[in-house]
Design a protein around this ligand. Structure first.
Ligand code: NAP
Ligand code: HSE
Length: 429
């Protein structure tokens, strides 16, 4: 029986989950694989924070993990960019197989990190970097390898999905919902990355790179977060038969790909509209398989640990049987044979909310500007009646139009004397 010793870099939400999973399911894993997994060391900043776990597990000295010849598998679960990137590279260079949950590093330096693992013939597992416990990376790298993947549309951030669900269903304030997500361990160490859409951007950059076969760094992803999504918009959208979610898109066109993240109105009867709380879902289209939906817990200790341990088993298999993958990582920026479609050229239907003075002629002024910019209105509602001179919300849904038309129209509408607040625009799926 083979005993495999693992070093953890980081013992936060995910690190603890990995420790607890291995403790609880060690016998089960051993029965299935013949391998005994054990965690030898965990690098942390402050061992005092981890009372209740064996004291000898912890170290604040990175080399106690890197230089230990018994440790063959290193899991980077620190998060952030530095020193996480340097630790991943160092572990690979010192002959370890590496597992990481770090989407930020892969989305920014994937070419270098994947390239190093490939050059050195090491295993680099990153299942936990996207979709928590959902096996999306394996699905793309293995099960769907025979397909030309034409699109991936997904809810890939548990924190924002949790916040939007709690705001809509319980009328919770944004701050309260965010605090709950933090307490439950879903949020990033810096939760701005969840809120401003960057965490989803990191994840869709990784998925698009895998699906389309060339490295798409996160700077190429168009990103909007949920900062400006109010309870008012969640309610109005619901009245029109839509649920607002933060969606990530990777869509392949003739010669271009669209890679973007933004809050989106989803028709209530669409399967993605029913994904609540910290659940994630990925809607993948391949040219032979058709449509595939993957659904599961996208954030949190247990589901993420499940993904890390799946990778650990693959790493052991790689090490013991010299199993290498036929599937090459998306290596270099030079392979960029597709262009990224500029956001201005992306077409969508829109939800607009204007705040305007309740007076005759206001609607025609706004719709006049929209018409001048080839934006055709599908429906319009003025909500409530105010005393003359006070402002009311006007909500409009449009037919498909280009992003650049909306930008130009909004510039003019903002300047109208009847418009009292910054107009809101959200795209519709
Ligand atoms: P976390 O709870 O903040 O834990 C981070 C751990 O890393 C802590 O134990 C911390 O030490 C340690 N650490 C941080 N910087 C360090 C440094 N410079 N040197 C040594 N130790 C350091 O983070 P997490 O939620 O577990 O997330 C870890 C990674 O998994 C991130 O990349 C995250 O994006 C990813 N991820 C998280 C989830 C989730 O649901 N939380 C899901 C999927 C992926 P101390 O304990 O001493 O503070
Ligand atoms: N902060 C991330 C989320 C963790 O909320 O989805 C999982 O990657």
């Amino acid at each position: 029986m083979e005993e495999v010793k693992i070093g953890l870099l980081g013992f936060g939400t995910v690190g603890k989950g990995v420790y607890e999973l291995i403790k609880k399911n060690q016998d089960l894993i051993q029965k299935r694989t013949g391998i005994k997994l054990s965690i030898k060391k965990a690098l942390v900043r402050d061992p005092q924070k981890h009372k209740g776990y064996p004291e000898e597990l912890f170290t604040t000295e990175p080399d106690e993990v890197f230089k230990d010849p018994e440790i063959n598998i290193v899991c980077e679960l620190i998060g952030g960019e530095h020193p996480a990137k340097e630790y991943i590279l160092k572990a690979l260079e010192l002959g370890k197989e590496v597992i990481t949950a770090n989407k930020a590093v892969l989305a920014k330096w994937g070419d270098e990190v994947w390239g190093t693992a490939d050059k050195l013939g090491r295993f680099l597992g990153f299942e936990a970097s996207v979709g928590g416990g959902i096996p999306i990376i394996k699905t793309l790298k293995e099960a769907l390898i025979g397909n030309d993947i034409t699109s991936i549309i997904g809810i890939i951030n548990g924190t924002t999905n949790y916040i939007l669900t709690r705001m809509l269903e319980e009328n919770l304030s944004f701050e309260k919902a965010l605090n709950e997500a933090k307490e439950k361990g879903y949020a990033e160490a810096d939760p701005t990355l969840d809120i401003n859409g960057m965490d989803s951007a990191h994840k869709i950059a990784i998925l698009a790179s895998l699906a389309f076969g060339f490295f798409i760094p996160v700077e190429k992803v168009y990103v909007e977060g949920i900062e400006n999504v109010s309870v008012l918009d969640l309610m109005f959208a619901k009245d029109f038969g839509y649920i607002i979610k933060l969606l990530a898109f990777a869509i392949k066109g003739e010669n271009e790909v669209e890679v973007r993240v933004h809050p989106t109105l989803i028709p209530e009867n669409h399967v993605l509209a029913s994904i609540r709380l910290n659940y994630n879902a990925l809607y993948i289209t391949g040219n032979f398989v058709g449509e595939v939906l993957l659904y599961g817990l996208g954030a949190g200790k247990e589901p993420t640990a499940s993904a890390v341990v799946g990778d650990i088993i693959d790493a052991v298999e790689h090490r013991l049987f010299k199993k290498t993958s036929f599937i090459k990582y998306p290596l270099t920026k030079k392979d960029n044979f597709y262009k990224i479609k500029p956001m201005d050229e992306v077409e969508s239907k829109y939800y607009f909310r204007f705040s305007a003075i309740d007076r005759p002629g206001v609607l025609s002024k706004i719709s006049g500007v929209l018409g001048e910019h080839q934006i055709s209105i599908a429906s319009v509602v003025q909500i409530g009646r105010q005393k003359p001179g006070e402002s009311v919300p006007i909500v409009m849904l449009t037919h498909e139009t280009k992003e650049k038309n909306v930008k130009l129209a909004f510039k003019e509408i903002e300047k109208l004397d009847v418009v009292t607040d910054k107009p809101i625009k959200l795209r519709i799926l």
